[in-house]
Design a protein around this ligand. Sequence first.
Ligand code: NAD
Length: 472
Amino acid sequence: MIGGRPQLDSLLRVTTSCASNGGLKYRRAWHTREGSRIMTIFQPIDRDLREGVADTLTVGIVGLGYVGLPTALAFFRSEIRVVGLDVSEERLRTIRVGQPDLLPSDHDRLRDARESDTFVLTSDPRDLASCDLVIVCVPTPIDEFEVPDLRALRGACESLVKIARPGQSIVLTSTSYVGSTRDLLVAPLEKRGFTPGQDIFVAFSPERIDPANTKFGQEDVPRVIGGTTPACTAKISGYLSLICGGMHEVSSIEAAEMTKLLENTFRAVNISLANEFAEAANVLGIDPIEVVQAAATKPFGFMPFYPGPGVGGHCIPCDPHYLLWQLRKVQMHPSVTTAAMQGISTRPARIVERAAEVLAARGKSISGAKVLLAGVAYKPDVADVRESPALRIIEGLVHRGADVAIYDTHVEGLELEGEYYITEREIPHPESYDLVLVACLHSTMDERVFTKAQLVLDATYQLPAAPNRLVP
Ligand SMILES: NC(=O)c1ccc[n+]([C@@H]2O[C@H](COP(=O)([O-])OP(=O)(O)OC[C@H]3O[C@@H](n4cnc5c(N)ncnc54)[C@H](O)[C@@H]3O)[C@@H](O)[C@H]2O)c1
């Protein structure tokens, strides 16, 4: 145990609960393994801080997307006043009418928040001046040349530097290159005359939220933090511990920034490897999933990663490019990460190739074939299509002359290369398609679409029982 807390390597799960019993009591349960036993230790969490500041604390959230909105709702649930800022009036409208893409539990919180005067939505950065803590959750995508697009992050930081006031804490959570927090916040704040750790507090604490993950919510997962000074780390750590499953402090903002890049590069490398192994297994006539599951019985030194149609979302296809881009400046080209990202970006084209092959094996040309693309979201049970490999697959199919329809129970429609595609919610006649190409499986999908199809290319590798099914 370190400082009364279990060591992280023995930590299985952390939960935070709030019970009202003659006054609010917040407690954190640390579920840990001690030898073969699982121990649960209850601790009051930062109770002094909570009880001391909750009535007066105001938290500002900049960027109310997949990360920012659940973060805002987590503070609201902890009875803390929230000011949510977004530059998009459309996004604010979606939140105001209660229609964002959220877990059901977050929808319940949003319903309460919309009726409360302690949950304020705004597009005016000046409204953040009253905030004690400001959390930046704006997007950090890459452009079509795989170069980091820092416009949102720069814009958000510039407006925060302008309105910063003594005593305020600012934390960046958007994934970015190592040194972003120092370049975009610390240096400009110092230029304005602030001294970090004394009259302003700045830290980086990467977000680990996994949208649609019902097993690990934001409040169950520990988060990493690195402040500009130890005082910055301690102060902001105290605030963030109100909404997450414990804090792991590192020695610098740069170490925290690099931690996030390692987490997502690790996943990119392993997913790329899983895809490579799946293709090799297929060529050798072996079921790739059986092999991964067998390897996963090893209780140490192996973590299962599964093959798929490619990766999407705002993290894995983008984040490693921040590191690659940054290292190019010092003539460093990390070969493993580079190869993994190449594998990831070429995977959708490989799936299209396989679609052409399996159709050809049935005597059908891909040109003119009727193809149903099932699942356009980048992962199950979300409506998010950002960087979704299915988009590249659809483009590839269309370029090869296929007649493509889309089946998705979450995504309503999408625009691709100037064409608008309406997604089908129901497929009454799946057998009428030459090929059903499965890119993502939502739990709400009708399995008859896959069992009745005349030919299925299962890029999710999750439909072993479907007849007429092949994998990439
Ligand atoms: N989505 C995830 O699963 C996830 C997980 C962990 C970390 N992250 C990281 O978190 C960050 C945010 O990701 P996201 O998925 O929430 O993005 P998002 O695109 O869902 O939301 C970002 C929001 O910020 C708003 N915005 C853009 N510029 C702004 C500005 N200058 N001021 C105020 N608002 C602004 C946008 O309108 C949008 O609503 C990214 O760096 C991402 O890499 C995302």
